[in-house]
Design a protein around this ligand. Structure first.
Ligand code: GLU
Length: 284
């Protein structure tokens, strides 16, 4: 067994579709090839949109596709719980660590932004608006807080810094903080961490060595690198999988009718076909 630790981390807001299956297949394959471990994690922080039945279904679908994981909600493991909604106390600890750096501040902001921070901001469908610099709070605001309370907290990004990273599946990446993305949410006023904070906290706690996920999260990786740095943690390797598009060039997440794993199973397609057949042969 090598030290490699990868993960599959679905958000259970609906049925998994062919796009997920292909991203997760890469995660499973890379873990297998590295003779490493694979972790399954349920990212269900958005309590309004996530459902237990989808979480269970995602595990069933992934097993049917042939993926095997060493740790997860159903099999346990040393770094559990593997369901984000059960890890709030841990995220609060990380909020405290971030707060101690002086890099986060409480912030009044629109409801729309709050919604967007709940799930991973997939670049193509809703690019998160860049937080206007004039809304940024003064340095010491919130410095005496001992807990997040009922307010949003943002991370103050360095202005104009190039955040570069090597990607195992893409060209070398570079984003400019303050330009490509602004001060981002780390905590929400309804008592939950943002996607960026939760995912970094979990990947660190679960000792993930390589993050394999969709290429729509490349920009989020730049934000996450800033969190790793602030917390003085070593960042994992990154491998962003190109997204599956339909014949019209649309990202699958938008139109998945007939392409959920469940429907494809019911139609009699094999796991091999779901994982590799051209989309038009599957949607027939
Ligand atoms: N849970 C996220 C999603 O389904 C993926 C997050 C990640 O892999 O970092 O979009």
């Amino acid at each position: 067994m090598s030290g490699y630790r990868g993960r599959i981390a679905p958000t259970p807001t609906g049925l998994l579709h062919v796009g997920h299956s292909r991203t997760f297949a890469q995660a499973a394959e890379r873990a297998l090839r590295a003779n490493g471990q694979l972790i399954f994690r349920i990212e269900d922080l958005d309590s309004h949109r996530c459902r237990n039945e989808f979480a269970q279904r995602s595990m069933d679908d992934c097993r049917w596709l042939g993926f095997e994981w060493n740790e997860g909600p159903d099999v346990g493991g040393p770094f559990g719980p593997y369901t984000q909604s059960q890890r709030i106390n841990y995220y609060l600890e990380i909020w405290k660590q971030l707060h101690a750096t002086g890099l986060i501040y409480p912030c009044d902001k629109s409801r729309k932004d709050v919604e967007r921070a709940l799930v991973a901001p997939h670049v193509e469908d809703d690019q998160e608006p860049i937080f206007p610099i004039e809304f940024r709070s003064d340095k010491n605001l919130g410095s005496d807080a001992t807990e997040p309370g009922n307010q949003n907290w943002r991370f103050r990004v360095p202005l104009g810094e190039e955040i570069k990273f090597v990607d195992q599946l893409q060209d070398p990446q570079s984003f400019t903080s303050g330009k490509d993305f602004g001060d981002f949410l780390v905590w929400r006023k309804d008592g939950f961490p943002s996607y960026e904070l939760a995912v970094v906290a979990d990947d660190h706690a679960m000792k993930i060595t390589e993050v394999v996920r969709g290429a729509d999260l490349l920009l989020s990786t730049a934000r996450q690198i800033l969190l790793y740095r602030a917390l003085n943690w070593t960042a994992p390797q990154w491998a962003h999988v190109a997204l599956v598009k339909d014949a019209q060039g649309q990202r699958l997440a938008k139109r998945t009718q007939g392409l959920s794993i469940q429907e494809l199973r019911e139609k009699g397609h094999t796991p091999e076909a779901v994982l590799s057949a051209p989309l038009d042969t599957l949607s027939k």
